[in-house]
Design a protein around this ligand. Structure first.
Ligand SMILES: *Cc1c(COP(=O)(O)O)cnc(C)c1O
Length: 484
C-alpha cells in the first residue's frame, strides 16, 4: 500500500516541478523580465503619460492547465497592462499625487520575495524586523518625533490614517462620544477610517478654511470651546499637511497648541506632504508637524517608492502597541529578540510583505542626500511653474504653493470659464503627452499640477507649460470658429 502511495506522490512531485525552475531556467526568466523592465524604462522619456484603453482583453483561455512561455506572458503584460491607462512612471505624469516608482525598490521587492523572510514578528526574522523598526525609527526622526515614538509601514496612506485613528480612539475615545474636527479638504480616507473605527457617527465639526484653503485657526478654537462649554469632549483634530487639492498645509503649530489646551488628539494626514520634512524648504512649510500625536505618511508618494507603502508614526509609541498588540499563544514561545517591537504588535496585520526593504535599499544605495535634493527640486519646480504661469496672460493661479502642487485655471475672456477648463483638462488628458488631473474649488473646476515624481525635471515643466498654452490657444480658436 505504501508503495502505491509513494508512486502517486512521486508523480505529483513531477507534475508540480514547473513551480521550481532550475538555476539555468531562473537565470533566463529573470533576464527576460529585466530586459523588459529596461526597455520599458528606456522608453519613458518619449512615451505618453496617458493612453486610451478600449479593448483590453484577457489572454485566450486565461488560467489553463498548461504553463505558458514567459516571453508570451511579458508581451501580453506589455500590451494589456503596462501600456493602457496612466503611465505613473512618466516624468510628465503630474496628476493626482505622483511618486514615480524607484528601480532600487523593484530590486528590493525581488529580493524580499525571493528570500520570503517573515517580517511579522521579531523571532521569525530578527534581521527583517530590525530593518522594519530602523526604517520606522528613521521616518519618526525625519518627522521630528522624540525617542519613544513608534511607527509601522502600511500598504498606503489610507491604512496609515486608519491605524492612527484607531490608536487615537484607544487613547482618547475608548467609550465614544468625543468630537472630530477637520476641514472639507480632508482626504476622504479619513471618513472611511472613522467609519471602520466605529466612529463614523462621532460629532463632526467642519472647520472653515482661509483664502489659501488652510484650516482657520480662530474657527477651530471657537468650535473646541463651544463643544467644551456644552459638555462635548474634543477627541480628534485631523489636520492636512498637504491637501490633495492644492497642497495647502494647515497651520500645524497653532492647531497643536489648541489640541494641547483642550486635550484632543492631534493627527496629521501627511500622506502627500509629511515626508517633505526631509528637506529644508519642506521643514519650513511644515512647521509644527513634530508636535502632532500621530502622522500618516506615504513613502509611495513623497519618497518615490512604487505603490504599496504608507507609514504611520505615533509620538508616544505605547499608544500604537496598546491599540494593536494581541499576543497569540502560539507565537509567544518564540519570544522577543531585542530588535524592537514586532510589526504585528503595531498594526492590524500579521503576515505581510517585507515592506521595509523597498524603502531601506534605495535609502542606502542612493543615499539620503539624493532624496533630499529631489524633494527640494520638486518644491523649486512648483514655485517655477507657479511663477511662469502667473506671468502669462489669461492664467489664474492662487498664492505661491506651500509644497509641490499648484492649482490653476484659464480665464478665456469670454464664454464660460468652468466649461472651458473642463474642456482644457479633457483635451490634455486625451492627448496624453502630459497627465494632469483636476479638482473643484467652491464648485468651480480647477486644474492641478502635482510635481512629485523623481523623474520630473525643469525641461518637463517647460514642456508642460507649452502644452497648456498651446492647448488653451487651440480651444480658444475653436471656440471663435464655432461662434462665427
Ligand atoms: C494619497 C493620500 C491619501 C490616501 O493614501 P493612499 O496611499 O492612496 O491610501 C490620504 N491623504 C492624502 C493627503 C493623500 O495625499
Amino acid at each position: 500500500m505504501l508503495d502505491a502511495l509513494r508512486a502517486e506522490i512521486a508523480a505529483l512531485e513531477a507534475a508540480a516541478a514547473p513551480l521550481e525552475p532550475d538555476a539555468e531556467r531562473r537565470r533566463t526568466l529573470a533576464a527576460d523580465a529585466l530586459d523588459y523592465a529596461q526597455g520599458f524604462l528606456d522608453a519613458l522619456p518619449g512615451a505618453p503619460a496617458n493612453r486610451n484603453w478600449e479593448g483590453v482583453r484577457p489572454l485566450d483561455g486565461e488560467f489553463g492547465d498548461e504553463g505558458r512561455d514567459l516571453a508570451e506572458l511579458i508581451a501580453y503584460f506589455h500590451r494589456a497592462v503596462a501600456e493602457p491607462g496612466i503611465t505613473t512612471t512618466s516624468p510628465r505624469f503630474m496628476g493626482y499625487v505622483p511618486g514615480g516608482g524607484l528601480f532600487h525598490s523593484a530590486l528590493a521587492d525581488f529580493l524580499a520575495a525571493a528570500t520570503n523572510k517573515y517580517s511579522g514578528f521579531a523571532s521569525a526574522a530578527p534581521g527583517a524586523v530590525r530593518l522594519e523598526n530602523a526604517t520606522a525609527a528613521w521616518i519618526a526622526r525625519v518627522i521630528g518625533f522624540p525617542e519613544g515614538a513608534a511607527g509601522t509601514l502600511t500598504s498606503g496612506g489610507s491604512l496609515a490614517n486608519l491605524t492612527a485613528i484607531v490608536a487615537a480612539r484607544e487613547a482618547r475615545d475608548a467609550e465614544g462620544g468625543g468630537a472630530v474636527y477637520l476641514t472639507r479638504f480632508a482626504h476622504h480616507c479619513i471618513d472611511k477610517g472613522l467609519n471602520i473605527a466605529g466612529r463614523g457617527r462621532a460629532p463632526r465639526r467642519l472647520i472653515p478654511t482661509d483664502s489659501q484653503h488652510r484650516m482657520d485657526i480662530g474657527a477651530l478654537a471657537e468650535a473646541l470651546e463651544k463643544d467644551r462649554a456644552s459638555g462635548i469632549r474634543p477627541w480628534l483634530v485631523v489636520a492636512s499637511a498637504g491637501t490633495v487639492d492644492t497642497g495647502s498645509v494647515d497651520p500645524l503649530a497653532g492647531i497643536a497648541a489648541l489640541c494641547a489646551r483642550h486635550g484632543a488628539w492631534f493627527h496629521v494626514d501627511g500622506a502627500y506632504g509629511g515626508l517633505f520634512m526631509l528637506c529644508e524648504e519642506g521643514k519650513a512649510a511644515l512647521y509644527g508637524l513634530d508636535a502632532a500625536d500621530s502622522v500618516a505618511l506615504d513613502p509611495h508618494k513623497t519618497l518615490f517608492l512604487p505603490y504599496g507603502t504608507g507609514a504611520v508614526v505615533v509620538r508616544d509609541g505605547r499608544h500604537l502597541l496598546h491599540a494593536f498588540s494581541a499576543s497569540a499563544d502560539y507565537i509567544q514561545p518564540l519570544g522577543e529578540t531585542g530588535v524592537g517591537p514586532s510589526p504585528a504588535d503595531l498594526s492590524p496585520e500579521l503576515t505581510r510583505h517585507f515592506r521595509a526593504l523597498r524603502l531601506w535599499l534605495p535609502l542606502q544605495a542612493a543615499g539620503v542626500a539624493a532624496f533630499r535634493a529631489a524633494q527640494s527640486e520638486k518644491i523649486g519646480l512648483a514655485r517655477y511653474f507657479h511663477a511662469r504661469l502667473a506671468a502669462l496672460d489669461g492664467w489664474e493661479v492662487g498664492g505661491p504653493p506651500d509644497l509641490s502642487i499648484v492649482a490653476f485655471r484659464f480665464r478665456p475672456g469670454r464664454g464660460n470659464t468652468d466649461a472651458f477648463n473642463d474642456r482644457l483638462l479633457r483635451r490634455i488628458q486625451e492627448e496624453g503627452r502630459l497627465f494632469l488631473s483636476g479638482t473643484r474649488i467652491d464648485g468651480a473646476p480647477w486644474l492641478r499640477c502635482a510635481i512629485l515624481s523623481f523623474r520630473t525635471h525643469l525641461a518637463h515643466i517647460d514642456d508642460a507649460i507649452d502644452v497648456l498654452v498651446r492647448t488653451a490657444a487651440a480651444l480658444q480658436s475653436e471656440g471663435r470658429l464655432s461662434a462665427q
